[in-house]
Design a binder for this molecule. Structure first.
Ligand SMILES: [Zn+2]
Ligand SMILES: [Zn+2]
Length: 352
């Protein structure tokens, strides 16, 4: 079912992509291009990017867990058998972006880079602040099932250089864009003004189930349920708007190329956080060791309903089990006794 969904999306993307004149040269691989040497693939609802050429490339984010085999296959399709990048760069460590980082890094024997403020969540020091399903929208509701735990990539992971460079790729710049997470980064290349914004914003409305499927392109807030500092998120969007990108490619949604700079400028100028939610008025406080202080959870009526339903279901199961246990045992019928007798006799015979 998942692959059908992705086929539908890819078919749609091919059509829309042509209309938006995304550089999609003759079909060399199944990835979608944002530049001749930058392409993305999607793991269900999360994008990951490969930038560079066959001789030298990096993987930016790694997609949902258990999808490493797809990433490897796409890399080999794009760059040739045995293709391996020079490094993996994580825009941040949420499970949907870092899900295959360690597996791929081990297999390819390459380093993982992330911003130094993201390190506590990638070295086993801290979990992320919990998601906020009360912030509203389809994805927020679904996020009840998502983990917010950190990873421990040990010595595989290291901090990105302080000068904002991408190791081995001098044209690309790393921009610290906190808000969604404290160490979130985006990537930008001045030459063709391609912006890989990751979760600093989204190019799809994740609040609606319909647009989550159709992927209609629209500049939207960062994935709200995991965004824990809305003031920083707004400032990051303003910072990205100043770049006047020609292409905006995010962690969720399809790339925006039509009038991208003006649209982002308007979006930044009118940006407002969600009206309610745990982190809307008070951000999570974090530092180089991870979470320091969290605002208290807000009342969650849906959670109450779910917990209530679980309790009712649990109590029902228990009553059913008890009623069966207290039911008087049926006396064996003559027929059943005879069969039991035969089994005993047979076992005696076999035991000899
Ligand atoms: Zn995220
Ligand atoms: Zn994400």
């Amino acid at each position: 079912m998942l692959s059908n969904l992705e086929n539908i999306r890819q078919g749609r993307e091919r059509k829309v992509g042509t209309a938006n004149s995304i550089a999609r040269t003759k079909k060399k691989d199944s990835m979608q291009h944002v530049a001749a040497d930058a392409a993305f693939m999607t793991t269900l609802f999360v994008n990951l990017y490969m930038i560079g050429t066959r001789d030298s490339w990096v993987l930016v984010d790694t997609g949902l867990p258990k999808q490493g085999w797809r990433v490897r296959a796409a890399a080999e399709e794009r760059f040739g058998k045995g293709a391996r990048p020079s490094a993996i760069i994580l825009t941040h460590g949420h499970f949907d972006h870092a899900g295959n980082a360690l597996d791929l890094a081990e297999e390819w024997d390459v380093p993982i880079y992330a911003h130094e403020l993201e390190m506590p969540y990638l070295t086993g020091k801290s979990d992320y602040p919990p998601q906020d399903p009360t912030v509203g929208g389809a994805l927020a509701e679904m996020s009840r099932l998502f983990p917010h735990s950190g990873y421990d990539f040990g010595s595989r992971v290291q901090a990105l250089p302080h000068d904002g460079s991408v190791p081995g790729f001098p044209e690309w710049r790393v921009l610290h864009t906190p808000g969604h997470t404290s160490g979130h980064v985006s990537l930008f290349r001045e030459r063709d003004r391609v912006l890989l914004a990751a979760d600093a914003l989204a190019t799809v409305n994740q609040e609606s189930v319909v647009t989550l499927i159709t992927l209609e392109r629209e500049l939207r807030q960062p994935p709200a349920t995991f965004t824990t500092d809305w003031g920083a998120a707004r400032r990051s969007i303003e910072q990205l708007a100043e770049l006047r990108p020609r292409v905006i490619a995010a962690g969720h949604g399809l790339p925006i190329t039509d009038n991208a700079a003006t649209r982002l400028e308007t979006f930044a100028a009118t940006f407002a956080p969600p009206p309610k939610g745990r982190y809307v008025r008070t951000p999570a406080r974090t530092n180089e060791n991870g979470v320091v202080e969290l605002p208290p959870p807000v009342p969650d009526p849906v959670r109450k309903v779910l917990v209530g339903a679980a309790l009712v279901a649990g109590a029902g199961t228990m009553l059913f089990a008890l009623s069966r246990r207290s039911r008087p045992r049926r006396r064996p019928t003559a027929k059943r006794s005879k069969r039991a007798l035969r089994r005993v006799d047979a076992s005696k015979f076999n035991g000899r």
